[in-house]
Design a protein around this ligand. Sequence first.
Ligand code: ZN
Length: 240
Amino acid sequence: MIAVLSDVHGNLEALQAVLEDAAREGASRVVSLGDVVGYGANPNECVERVAKEASTMVLGNHDQAAIDESASEHFNAVARRAIEWTRQELTPENIQRLRETAVEAVEDGQRYVHASPDDPLSWNYVLTHSDALAAFECFSERICWIGHSHVPARLLLRGGELKILHDVEFKIPEDGRALVNVGSVGQPRDGDWMASYALFDASTQRVIARRVSYDREAAASKILAAGLPEILARRLALGR
Ligand code: ZN
C-alpha cells in the first residue's frame, strides 16, 4: 500500500496525523507531491519529516518559491508574506533538500506531479472537465497523482469517457486510467477541515481517499505566534 500526500504547507500536526493514519492502514511507502512548505509554521520540521518518510518526493510551486525568490512574483499578498517568512526560516540543509527535488517522477506505471502533468513547471490547475481531458493526454501511465488545488478529486478515463468518481474508494478497471488529486494535508480547501490524502493498493488496484482529524488549534496557534497572516490560522478551521 502506498500513501500519496500533497500540500503539507508547513502544518506539522496534520502531517503527523496523516503519517500515523497511513501506517495504521498498512502503507509501506509514502510519496509526497510537493508544497511541503508555505503558509504553515513548521517548514523545517515538515521538510525533514517528509524527506525521512517519503521514498519519492516532487517539487511544488511553494517549494520552488522558497528556494527561488523570482518564483513568488505571481503569489497573492498573503502567500508571498508566508513564503518570505518561510525562506528566512528554512535551514541551509532543508533548502538544499528542496533544490534536489525533482519536478516529476514516474515509477511502477504511475506518474507523480504537483500540478497538471501538461507542463509541470507552469503549475497549471486541473479544475474543469476540459482541463482533465487535456491532462490525460499528457501522461501515458495508468495513474497520474496530483495535488496543487487543495481539493481532492478522482477521475477515471475509460473508453474515451471521462467520469468523476464520488465514492471514497474505487478500483481502477483493467481498461481504465485514473487522475487522482489527493487534496491537501495541511490546508484543505474543499470545505472539510480534515487533512486529506490517498492510499493506493497495487495488488487490488484500489484508490482510497482518506480524511484525518488533527490538532488544528495547535497548528493555528503556531501560525499566529510566528506572526504569519491571521487568515492562515483562521482558514484551517474552515477548510477553505
Ligand atoms: Zn499548495
